[in-house]
Ligand binder design. Sequence first.
Ligand code: G6P
Ligand code: MG
Length: 221
Amino acid sequence: MTLDIRAFLFDLDGVITDTAEFHYLSWKRLCEEEGIPFTREDNDQLRGVSRRESLNRILKARAIDEATAQAWMDRKQGYYLQYLDTITPDMALPGVRDLLLEAKSLGIKRAVASASKNAKPALEKLELIDLFDAIGDGYSVVHTKPAPDLFIWTAGRLDITPTQGIVFEDAEAGIDAALKGGFWTIGLGSADVSRAHVRLPNLAGARVGDLLAKLSEPSLT
Ligand code: G6P
Ligand code: MG
């Protein structure tokens, strides 16, 4: 089967840059202050899900009132903004900038589809924002990953159908969202991305032709 790929849709945190670590450190600080156990393994469950759902997962069965929940999310966001301020263009993950430039030169559209409300400032700090044709973020849809809505919304902005798009994700929730939406998927990193069509440790050295060839393998199509 010949693929008709017209766009790449990238998650941000853990795919374009390692802000997943900043989210972890920010939640960790809040949890230490509030006496809530929180490990790196716990943090893997927060990859790709919204700020509110992250708090729900951190709290597990613990109940807090709405005002406290809001105050804790605001405090975590304050810590996160301090990290965001330290982002510089050299903090794009290996291979990302080259892959974006190659895709652009081949006429493949590029988008970000991130659950984060901090996606645009992060892309500005990375000096990558101008390489994208569309940005879906934490303000774009009500139902974030693992619902497919954000990827569908972003595909609409790109004027493509889901089968014309490849989603790059480091999160289980993100892969599930993309698969539900009918996209091709490339899973990155060490969290559970086992359901992705293709899995890679990262995008270092990634070339458009190689990625398309992997997705064209007969077992996948
Ligand atoms: C991304 C990250 C999550 C984060 C979410 C919301 O999906 O992977 O860890 O919780 O965005 O981010 P925000 O910047 O809006 O708090
Ligand atoms: Mg991510």
